[in-house]
Design a protein around this ligand. Structure first.
Ligand SMILES: Nc1nc2c(c(=O)[nH]1)N[C@H]1C(S)=C(S)[C@@H](COP(=O)(O)O)O[C@H]1N2
Ligand SMILES: [Mo]
Length: 331
């Protein structure tokens, strides 16, 4: 459902309507199968039979297993849920790897709205539950490579971002998509300090955003996305360094110019806009040729390193996006 906004009132109706009334109205709209905007966006609104994607508490979240992006084809075991949820980067909750696990528990993720604006036919403030269709959720195991030269293997649950973007109808001016994370220092203790310029900002070229690999992820390891991993929805862009995979998204803006991004703004020499995983281009302070596999130790109990793959092993799927570009310059 789209929550219409009057230009003079930037507050979503979910915030000014008592919650019980809001929920009731939502279910009536769902039961009727239209929301007043049906005429302009028939392919968008959920039909009456559609189940909310969020399962009842305690129930597992499931997705269609991907024929190619699974552990067997990858030949690597997924990193344990325990490690995926306790070794994190989420500066809104502190800069230590254990801080998000410690500090993100209280983040309120229901209801959750995402504002869609810019060069798009159907702008508005969408309830996340209406952006995500349960039947579109896929189960995909991806390599995940942080710019700090460590990596994991993660079984995500999510919807290809292209499906969502297509329904929103980007116009010919939509050359890039810009994303923002929630800004709420009351809930996000890390935002009380100016570690980065908040809110966290990221962006993709529209063809990168529409690439079939790019996921709008809502779960991991068969569970709803844990707060420390970017609940309720975060990007997963597996051929790019981890920081491109922005967490807890509240805004998507379609633009004709390359958007600002947090890490590029903070230090453009070290973090480029593209940030494709590339063993041939060193970070100014360390090599990117190898990576430490988190949770995988040798017989001496020491972490195993392995060579980093170009585009994190996804070159077949994405190398064409950068044909003719100098990847030393466009790092
Ligand atoms: N909003 C926000 N998104 C973020 C970050 C962050 O600090 N804030 N860290 C990024 C970095 S550097 C990495 S490696 C991944 C980590 O994802 P994970 O904790 O789920 O492994 O999230 C990325 N997304
Ligand atoms: Mo990272």
């Amino acid at each position: 459902m789209i929550i219409r906004q009057r230009p003079s009132n930037p507050i979503a109706s979910s915030e000014i309507t008592p919650k019980s009334v809001f929920d009731e109205r939502r279910s009536i709209i769902k039961a009727l199968g239209f929301g007043g905007l049906a005429a302009t966006m028939p392919a968008w609104l959920p039909d009456a039979a559609q189940a909310a994607y969020r399962p009842a508490s305690g129930k597992a979240l499931s997705g269609t297993p991907h024929p190619k992006y699974n552990a067997k084809v990858l030949g690597e075991d997924p990193t344990s849920l325990d490690l995926v949820t306790s070794y994190n980067n989420f500066y809104e909750f502190g800069t230590g790897k254990g801080d998000p696990h410690q500090n993100a528990g209280g983040l309120k993720t229901t209801p959750w709205t995402i504002k869609v604006e810019g060069a798009v036919e159907r702008p508005g403030t969408y309830d996340l539950d209406d952006l995500i269709r349960a039947e579109d959720i896929e189960d995909r195991v991806y390599r995940f490579r942080c710019v700090e030269a460590w990596s994991m293997v993660v079984p995500w649950l999510g919807v290809p971002l292209a499906k969502i973007i297509k329904r929103l109808g980007p116009t010919s001016k939509a050359k890039y998509v810009y994303f923002e994370t929630l800004f709420d220092p009351d809930q996000m203790v890390g935002q009380r300090r100016q570690i980065l310029e908040w809110p966290y900002k990221e962006g993709l070229r529209i063809d990168e955003a529409m690439n079939p690999l790019t996921l709008f992820a809502v779960g991991v390891h068969g569970e709803m996305m844990p707060n420390q991993n970017g609940a309720p929805v975060r990007l997963v862009v597996p051929w790019k360094y981890g920081f491109k995979s922005i967490k807890s998204i509240v805004l998507m803006r379609f633009t004709d110019k390359q958007p600002h991004t947090s890490w590029n703004d903070a230090n453009a020499d070290e973090y480029g806009f593209y940030s494709n995983v590339n063993p041939e281009v060193s970070h100014p302070r360390w090599s990117q040729a190898t990576e430490k596999k988190i949770g995988v130790n040798n017989v001496f109990g020491l972490p195993i390193r392995k060579p980093t793959l170009k585009f994190n092993g996804y070159a077949d799927e994405v190398a064409d996006l950068y044909a003719g570009m100098d990847l030393d310059l466009n790092y």
